[in-house]
Design a protein around this ligand. Structure first.
Ligand code: C2E
Ligand code: CA
Ligand code: CA
Length: 553
């Protein structure tokens, strides 16, 4: 049986109270209070279970209006509908009651059918409103839900065709990681804090909603958004420690575009700066649209391109500075696409790191390199170590040691002929993981080259914490240092320090004789760069190998 709904009757006159009880008690459970103060006491205990209050105005101790003023103050009590019982058919009494927040009124003397109907319909109305309310507001943050946000924006754009508007979307960088590290409760707190800042920053007339877990939406007046932009976007991040926010902006020009799609575009703009260190927001425009379409085209064809052998292995030789002799090579991938032609890895590697395809591609390249070394062994070439690139994403998501050990075993390759270039930025992102992985790999005999050294922030600390074999100086770093007068450059110190802890040093991007000479003076061990050779197809590299060994294979 469904429990009866409860009604609180607040009335000092015994006779009137008894009459109301009589009318209502057939269908409701009735609680009684003789004045406003008593009623407040009862509400303290029963507020969740009371569906409606019937309230007299003139009472001793605390009258009806004062009682109404009190419950208005309490957000939960304010939700309970109140019907005021007025003495006469006096309009001023009725207006006063409504002004104090009453939902409705019934005149005395009581007529049972009128009262029952009013009570029933008001309770019903309030319950429906409560359900709608739940759908309109996101429970965690109190912002509009996604659907309701869309509806509100739609209405506003229809009603106000004059003002120009912009949709702003925010996204927390690495929210999943935050949840994993600090727990779901802390994650919820963070979302609430962000919602609060959104509300405050976006101002009174803007509409704010929560799109999904960590994505928020806001409709702002265009002018305001533009003046606020830097302030808003810049300050936002500094308010919440260790959290990076990314923002996407869609400026509404064509109002026939469905609101859902406008929001998607703002979200896409926000996603386009995901993982980009120095960029915090992007505006959805034709350039971004083109870029996204290009990304989609790449994503659509990458699988078949791999299957069809469009990813080609190139090798760029490395030379010893002392003897100017080839001592190894780096494997660099090229994508030769039947329509788009020759593509540089800078164009597709970052995307593959985003969509996870990098694992497949890297394994493919490693395998090609293993096959090649195995072939050279069989054909009597002098063996040189080949370096392969290991994406930072591989370190987080693959069982690297297992994969590489079984690959080397399968092709009968001594792991010391496979050098692994791991980019320095992997260290700052997740030091624990990389130290662990690198240790394992070294135990199996692989040689570790720390790539792009000098491009990030963690360099020196990392040298302290992690065992490795080679330091590969970032191209920009060495070009920058080599352009300074010798006494102003820190290159000497870096190289001396590397040697001091047993590392050999490779310089990348060496393009001129002068650069090579300077590097020799500073004690650099190996160089790689256009001065000696560009990355080349395997056949060409084999020719160099044969020449160097004076072999006629
Ligand atoms: P990286 O590992 O730092 O590779 C060195 C880049 O410098 C290569 O660019 C190479 O062609 C270029 N380079 C070499 N010598 C010179 C020079 O003297 N001057 C100039 N200006 N550039 C020089 P590339 O081949 O375009 O590769 C770009 C990046 O893409 C690589 O940077 C690497 O991070 C990534 N990459 C390439 N192949 C692979 C791969 O198979 N797997 C993964 N995960 N990443 C790869
Ligand atoms: Ca590299
Ligand atoms: Ca590099």
């Amino acid at each position: 049986m469904i429990p009866l709904k409860q009604i609180l009757i607040v009335e000092d006159n015994d006779l009137n109270r008894a009459m109301l009880c009589e009318i209502l008690s057939g269908q409701y459970k009735v609680l009684e209070a003789e004045n406003g103060l008593e009623a407040l006491e009862i509400l303290k205990k029963h507020k969740e279970d009371i569906s409606l209050i019937l309230l007299d105005v003139v009472m001793p101790v605390m009258d009806g209006y004062t009682f109404l003023d009190h419950i208005k103050e309490d957000s939960e009590l304010a939700l309970i509908p109140v019907i005021v019982t007025t003495q006469s058919n006096s309009e001023s009494d009725e207006v006063a009651a409504l002004e104090h927040g009453a939902t409705d009124f019934v005149p005395k003397p009581y007529r049972s059918q009128v009262i029952l109907h009013r009570v029933a319909s008001i309770i019903k109305l309030r319950e429906t409103a409560a359900i709608i309310n739940q759908l309109q507001y996101d429970r965690l943050t109190g912002l509009y839900t996604k659907e309701f946000f869309f509806q509100k924006v739609r209405e506003l754009l229809q009603n106000d065709t004059e003002t120009e508007y912009t949709i702003v979307c925010s996204n927390i960088e690495n929210f999943k990681l935050y949840n994993d590290n600090f727990g779901v409760q802390a994650g919820d707190k963070l979302l609430q804090a962000i919602a609060q800042i959104m509300r405050e920053r976006c101002g009174g007339d803007s509409i704010c909603g929560r799109f999904s877990a960590d994505r928020f939406l806001c409709l702002q007046e265009r002018d305001r958004e533009q003046t606020d932009r830097n302030l808003f976007l810049g300050n936002f991040t500094s308010q919440i420690k260790n959290v990076v926010m990314k923002w996407g902006v869609y400026e509404i020009t064509d109002r026939t575009v469905p609101v859902e799609q406008m929001c998607d575009r703002a979200l896409l703009a926000a996603d386009s700066v995901k993982g980009k260190y120095n960029k915090h927001f992007a505006v959805y425009d034709d350039a971004l649209r083109g870029e996204l379409l290009r990304e989609k085209a790449i994503t659509d064809t990458m699988e078949s391109s791999l299957a069809e052998g469009q990813f080609i292995l190139y090798l760029q030789p490395k030379y010893s500075v002392e003897e100017e002799r080839m001592t190894g090579a780096e494997a660099l991938v090229r994508w030769i696409h039947p329509e788009w032609g020759f593509m540089s890895p800078a164009e597709f590697i970052p995307l593959f790191e985003k969509n996870g395809f990098i694992h497949r591609l890297d394994k493919y390249i490693w395998k090609q390199v293993c096959e090649l070394i195995n072939k050279w062994k069989g054909e009597g070439y002098p063996l040189l170590p080949i370096s392969v690139n290991v994406s930072r994403i591989d370190i987080y998501q693959m069982d690297l040691a297992d994969t590489l050990v079984s690959m080397a075993e399968k092709y009968g390759i001594d792991p010391s002929y496979l050098h692994l270039e791991i980019t320095e930025s992997a260290y700052s992102e997740n030091p624990g993981q990389i130290i662990n992985t690198v240790n394992q790999l070294r135990q199996h005999g692989f040689v570790i080259e720390m790539d792009d050294f000098g491009s990030g922030y963690s360099s020196l600390n990392m040298l302290n914490q992690m065992e490795m074999d080679y330091l590969k100086l970032d191209m920009k770093f060495i070009q920058n240092e080599l352009s300074k007068p010798e006494e102003r450059s820190i290159l000497n110190y870096i190289i001396a320090m590397a040697h001091g802890i047993g590392l050999r040093v490779v310089a990348e991007g060496v393009e001129t004789r002068e650069q090579l000479n300077r590097l020799r003076d500073t004690g650099c061990d190996y160089v790689q760069g256009y001065y000696f050779a560009k990355p080349m197809p395997v056949e060409e590299f084999e020719k160099l190998l044969r020449n160097q060994a004076s072999l006629n294979l």
